[in-house]
Design a protein around this ligand. Structure first.
Ligand SMILES: *Cc1c(COP(=O)(O)O)cnc(C)c1O
Length: 372
């Protein structure tokens, strides 16, 4: 039997491993020259004069972005009901209230028609998620935000290298947060970055990620507020530097593999395919919906049977309002029925740059065998 095919795996080459060894030998392993080089490389990649700052995770970045945007106690933030829990958790952590808006069944992005009706006098910000690497309708989003005077904190954890009408996500818009977790399109082991238009906000992120410290011109430190401790290490930044160099190649391969899935699965009525998007889709994940009661098995049973056949799948994600903490807060998962359905039916199929076209066919054959 062929080797186990996981749903994702990072591509780390020997040159990157050697470069990391050199960082260790340099003696400079926490935040230093590699962090600066990584930020400069990210700024060059994103372009448009954006200011990039890196931190230990997208979760840390989203939380500080909300704080810098002035979101706090008593405020509401609009967020899709279908995302990783971190999108809503950070809103709760700054003392604000997540307002869940439903998604489109195929794009799995915010349903923009439902955003405006969710705005109240307490709404301070919108947090869209470019789900699986497919950009949200940015024109509609920023029209709504500017009409209502709202900040936008884009959860672009899935969307490094994604393009909207040819423009890179992060090269325009308000505050944009990327993730470099190993499952994402590029990695720095753990890590994240914020793209900001305003250099003063970029400076605030430097303070938020490191104790609230500011240095005076003589180099002495002062503390401006009780900041966090979320600075990236040089070891991680070196990994990120190598990955960024390979990112466009990774994403081109993801796009090809997604195309193979569409070819194989078109007309296979046991699964609901995702929206195809255009060449700006970075295909962080390829997800199909399966009606498990109709198939006579549960999702965990399906997962187990596929694993026995050497194929790993993921579940991204249960809808956020269906999670225990949010139900306890009084949210009704059925108030966002499309997200609830996607949460029950979604399956993430294997997709990562080192996969072969034959791997896609192998997944298809096993799906056809197991489903009717
Ligand atoms: C992975 C992810 C995050 C969190 O990223 P970390 O870097 O692991 O903190 C946030 N939002 C979404 C949509 C994600 O998929």
């Amino acid at each position: 039997m062929s080797a186990f095919l996981p749903f994702t795996r990072p591509s780390i080459d020997e040159a990157s491993i050697a470069a990391v060894a050199d960082v260790f030998r340099s003696g400079q392993i926490a935040s230093g020259p590699k962090v600066q080089a990584f930020e400069a490389a990210l700024a060059a990649y994103i372009g448009s004069g954006r200011h990039l700052r890196v931190m230990t995770s997208a979760t840390a970045g989203l939380e500080m972005a909300l704080e810098v945007a002035g979101v706090g106690e008593g405020d509401e933030v609009i967020v899709p009901a279908m995302s990783f829990a971190a999108s809503a958790n950070v809103i709760a952590r700054v003392g604000a209230k997540p307002v869940f808006v439903d998604i489109d069944l195929y794009t799995r992005n915010l349903n923009m028609d439902l955003v405006r009706p969710a705005i109240t006098s307490r709404t301070r910000a919108i947090m869209p998620v470019h789900f699986a690497g497919l950009p949200v309708d940015m024109d509609a989003l920023y029209d709504i935000a500017s009409q209502h005077g709202l900040r936008v904190v884009e959860d672009a954890a899935h969307a490094i290298g994604s393009r909207y009408q040819g423009k890179l996500i992060g090269s325009f818009g308000d505050l944009v947060v990327f993730s470099f977790h190993p499952n994402k399109n590029m990695t720095s082991i753990e890590g994240g970055a914020i793209a900001a238009a305003d250099p003063r906000e970029a400076q605030l992120f430097e303070q938020y990620r490191f104790h609230g410290i500011q240095r005076n011109p003589e180099g002495e430190i002062d503390v401006m507020f009780p900041g966090a401790k979320s600075n990236l290490t040089d070891v991680a930044a070196q990994v990120g530097l190598d990955q960024l160099r390979r990112l466009d190649g990774f994403n081109a391969r993801r796009l090809e593999l997604a195309g193979r899935y569409f070819e194989a699965l078109e007309g296979f009525s046991s699964v609901v395919l995702p929206a195809r998007g255009d060449a700006g889709h970075s295909w962080h994940m390829f997800q199909v919906l399966i009606d498990f009661p109709k198939q006579g098995m549960t999702r965990p049973e399906f997962q187990k049977r596929l694993a026995e056949r050497g194929i790993g799948i993921g579940v991204h994600y249960p809808s956020i309002p269906s999670l225990r903490y949010y139900r306890d807060q009084g949210y009704d998962p059925q108030a966002t029925p499309v997200a609830a359905r996607v949460g029950r039916e979604t399956v993430t199929l294997p997709l990562f740059p080192a996969m072969t076209d034959d791997d896609v066919l192998r997944v298809y054959r096993e799906l056809r065998d197991l489903l009717h």
